[in-house]
Design a protein around this ligand. Structure first.
Ligand code: GTP
Length: 243
């Protein structure tokens, strides 16, 4: 239903434990509404991965509050957070085993149909069925026998098979061509009425059709809005756009 998947950041600051000096995130406030797609953009080291890592509590905020569906994440059952939130990390983590096992990882009771459905959305189904073994193909150590873009699509399929309320893609389509990336986003929009999606990206084309985009610069939120509004008003966004 429509009330799931809301995220609120309220004056969030964050430093890694034991680190002196400037916080990694400074006084960040924004809201992501249920079913919205939120883009996050900013130069390397601006704090994008750190920001999303706070939501499933890989780390805890130093100051401020993060709420999911109105509840402080520190008061939410960690099991719920793990089940309802899927993060596709920057580095894919495939293991030796079959493709089927890799996609099912974390939701071992998923049916073959559910795995296939997730793979279709992630645009992995087509290349899988073109190989002789399909879903039973062996994945070599670290996914060595797949291209970078294919590994990313398998990782996205793995996240989707869990039917999350919140999906976080941390630069997860960087090795996927622009046309395929567009198909993945289209499939998410179709399937994902009600799915809240956070997309970290390096390239503007990956986030420009998001409902809103957060622009980070040295741990500060320096802009939030649509592509059009940021293009007019946000200097950092303009710089990324022109680069
Ligand atoms: P890219 O992934 O390169 O685009 O960067 P990002 O925008 O995602 O920034 P990220 O959140 O990874 O890093 C922000 C700052 O935190 C940088 O100064 C990092 O060096 C630092 N940082 C990131 N991860 C860790 C960590 O695990 N421990 C410590 N101590 N610092 C970290």
């Amino acid at each position: 239903d429509g009330v799931k998947g809301r995220i609120d950041f309220e004056r969030v600051s964050f430093s890694y434990e034991g680190e002196q000096g400037e916080p990694v995130l400074k006084n960040i406030t924004f809201t992501c509404l249920p079913g919205e797609t939120l883009g996050i953009i900013g130069s390397t080291g601006s704090g994008k991965s750190s920001l999303v890592g706070l939501i499933p509590r890989f780390y805890d905020v130093t100051e401020g509050t993060i709420r999911v569906n109105g509840v402080d994440v520190r008061k939410i059952d960690p099991k719920w957070l793990r089940e309802k939130m899927s993060i596709v990390p920057q580095k894919t983590t495939l293991f030796t085993g079959t493709v089927m096992e890799n996609i099912r990882w974390g939701k071992e009771d998923a049916t073959c149909e559910e795995v296939e459905q997730a793979a279709k959305m992630a645009q992995a189904h087509d290349f899988l069925v073109r190989t002789p073994d399909g879903y039973e193909a062996r994945v070599g150590q670290g996914g060595i026998n797949f291209s970078g873009g294919q590994k990313q699509r398998l990782s996205i399929a793995r996240a989707l098979v869990r039917q999350p309320e919140i999906l976080i893609l941390d630069d997860s389509t960087s090795a996927v061509d622009v046309a395929t990336e567009a198909k993945i986003k289209e499939a998410l929009r179709e399937y994902a009425q009600g799915l809240t999606c956070i997309l970290i990206a390096q390239r503007i084309t990956s986030v420009m059709d998001a409902d809103k985009i957060v622009v980070l610069d040295h741990g500060e939120l320096v802009g939030i809005g649509t592509h059009e509004s940021l293009r007019e008003t946000c200097r950092v966004y303009q710089e990324i756009f022109q680069s």
